[in-house]
Design a protein around this ligand. Structure first.
Ligand code: BGC
Ligand code: BGC
Length: 600
């Protein structure tokens, strides 16, 4: 009897689900039928906040589909209320259009809701890669989604599922690691975290998996460069992450600036349409990267034709009217292309269908605004705890001579030094408040490593601090925090990953003082560290941990045993790069997966 009831229940669930999705498809079709060509093209257009803010009337005039905040697009303030006030106001404008199609707001929430002051900044993906913990990564995604939705934004351009094969690449930290298996597991976890079981949940954000395809495989690690490899290698290294992300429900994908064997991805019909939408059965929509269409061959009109015909569904357009290749030009030229039969109407309908489907799935028509409870939870203690856990699980212990770590909380005196010790900016790296990040950043609610040390030690322990390492004499132990200054994208491409002169000097100073010390490296990738490693008593790779400095001291003072494992093979020299697990000759300083822990 029970069994029969169960079977009946299952049937009715399936029937209900089918009905729901049928009615959703029907709603998409019904709406599409009502739309003019101009309205359809409007839905395919995504405009940057900086370009639209002076003529917000265009939102309604052109029924724009989406607004983004680029890394440097600045609202009047960087606090949460500035963002939701704008998103609410713009959404109202969209409501007033003939068909009241809601806007989709997108932002690069790539390690927390990182453009907004007072939010929780989590480790960059490279650190998440070191945790090897998909459940944790999913939880991080859920937390970030709540913060993003709390500002009225429903879409994050994340996760980046690049498989970073060359540490010279400035975006290495945006990738979970060098191994496709790791990337695919954690990429899917982050998608699930962002989107939850249902996109219609008020705390879900739409994920945007990027950058399709092989952004991390370019020759010499050049950003936006050329990935030179045969198709079998392309599929083996760079495709699995997409297969898994689509299975996990990802409904948007960003095309890559880069090329495959000389052909720009934004014009690659085989990979965008045949493989992604055909073979992999991707039902969501493909968005371009920032003005990336403009890099295709030909006039702007030809570039638009090439990309839309290749399978691009939405164009990300940063330029304002008056500038070259702005959104008004885009819409005008695309309309001409349709009227001249150079872009088929069926292609436009396919693109708009995909975009509308997502808007329906997210229930934006019924509920375009934000949930006040989510706004109130931005930067909360509960959210910070999740990020702190991610930080401590991401730390990789590379050296620990004679059990130097963990340090006792009861030492008489500890000296803390280095450029990174009291720098939220260095802890966070690029994509924090501004596109490139900044060493001198101050953020509401953030904790530097120095502050975390001060909070952790016993009340009788004296903590002294100097940036350059001087004044350490008399301390029982020292903690040096060194590493990279913030950067993003091509600005981080580098042929020399050795520690800066300043960092090397401070290590020398400390070594000659005779005080035993641990080095904490804040960096977006492995660096060339041989001398520093030799000189130190302990060495920790902390990646770009974000705002929760206590996650670092949890490990340093032994509240938490290190569990992090290297997401990259650690090179001995620059000449060894590219070096990746599985290479036929493989002699790294530390192999992929390396990481010590405490014995006690
Ligand atoms: C980056 C993308 C990012 C976009 C929007 C581009 O320059 O390559 O990763 O999502 O800008 O900020
Ligand atoms: C970034 C944007 C950023 C812009 C600055 C792009 O490449 O990804 O988000 O605001 O450059 O010009």
């Amino acid at each position: 009897m029970k069994r029969i009831v169960f079977v009946l229940l299952c049937f009715s669930c399936i029937a209900a689900a089918q009905q729901k999705s049928e009615s959703r498809d029907e709603r998409v079709e019904a709406l599409l039928k009502k739309m003019s060509l101009e309205e359809k093209i409007g839905q395919m257009t995504q405009v940057d906040y900086d370009a639209i803010k002076k003529q917000t009337g265009d939102i309604a005039t052109y029924s724009l589909g989406s607004i983004l905040w680029g890394g440097n697009s600045e609202p009047p303030s960087m606090k949460p209320n500035a963002w939701w006030e704008i998103s609410d106001a713009y959404q109202d404008l969209a409501q007033k259009t003939r068909l009241s199609i809601p806007l989709l707001f997108g932002i690069d929430a790539v390690h927390g809701h990182n453009n907004v002051d007072g939010t929780v900044i989590t480790p960059h993906n490279i650190g998440l890669g070191a945790t090897r913990n998909p459940e944790l990564v999913e939880l991080v995604g859920r937390m970030v989604a709540a913060e993003v939705r709390g500002t009225g934004i429903q879409w994050t351009f994340a996760p980046c599922i690049a498989v970073a094969r060359d540490e010279r690449w400035g975006r290495t930290y945006e990738s979970f690691g060098e191994d496709p298996g790791l990337v695919k597991e954690l990429g899917a976890a982050l998608v699930k975290g962002f989107q939850s079981e249902r996109l219609s949940n008020p705390g879900s954000v739409l994920a945007c998996v990027k950058h399709y395809l092989a952004d991390g495989g370019t020759t010499n690690g050049k950003d936006q460069g050329n990935s030179e490899m045969d198709e079998a290698t392309l599929r083996r290294l760079h495709l699995p992450g997409y297969v898994e992300a689509i299975k996990a429900g990802a409904m948007s994908i960003m095309a890559s600036f880069s090329s495959w064997n000389g052909q720009k991805m934004h014009g690659n019909k085989y990979l965008l349409t045949d493989v992604l939408k055909g073979e992999l059965g991707f039902k969501g929509f493909v968005v371009s990267d920032w003005a990336a269409i403009d890099q295709l061959p030909g006039s702007y009109k030809e570039q638009i034709a090439l990309s839309i015909n290749a399978g691009l569904d939405m164009a990300m357009i940063p330029n304002a009217p008056g500038d070259k290749n702005n959104y008004l030009e885009f819409m005008q030229l695309l309309k001409e292309l349709v009227n001249e039969n150079r872009v088929p109407m069926s292609r436009i309908d396919d693109a708009v269908r995909r975009i509308l489907l997502v808007k329906f799935q997210m229930n934006l028509f019924a509920n375009p605004s934000r949930d006040n409870k989510l706004t109130a939870a931005i930067g909360s203690k509960e959210h910070r705890e999740i990020a702190r856990d991610a930080v401590r699980q991401s730390l990789v212990l590379l050296k620990n001579e004679k059990g130097f770590l963990p340090l006792s909380r009861n030492l008489k005196r500890i000296h803390v030094a280095g450029r990174g010790a009291d720098s939220i900016g260095m802890q966070c790296g690029g994509w924090t408040i501004s596109w490139q990040g900044s060493s001198t950043l101050k953020l509401d609610g953030a904790t530097t490593i120095l502050q975390a040390v001060q909070q952790t030690v016993s009340k009788d322990t004296k903590v002294t601090y100097s940036i350059d390492g001087t004044g350490a004499a008399g301390a029982e132990a020292a903690i040096l925090v060194v590493g990279e200054s913030p950067y993003a994208e091509m600005f981080g491409d580098s042929m020399d990953l050795s520690l800066s002169k300043e960092d090397q000097a401070i290590i020398e100073t400390m070594k000659s003082s005779g005080i035993p010390f641990a080095v904490i490296l804040l960096s977006g990738r492995p660096m060339i560290i041989n001398q520093a490693l030799k000189a130190s008593n302990a060495f920790v790779a902390a990646w770009l941990p974000g705002t929760e400095g206590e996650g670092v001291t949890d490990v340093i003072f032994g509240n938490f045993k290190p569990v992090g494992k290297l997401p990259h093979s650690w090179p001995r020299t620059m000449e060894q790069i590219p070096i990746n697990v599985g290479d036929p000759t493989y002699d790294p300083l530390f192999p992929y997966g390396y990481g010590l822990t405490y014995s006690k």
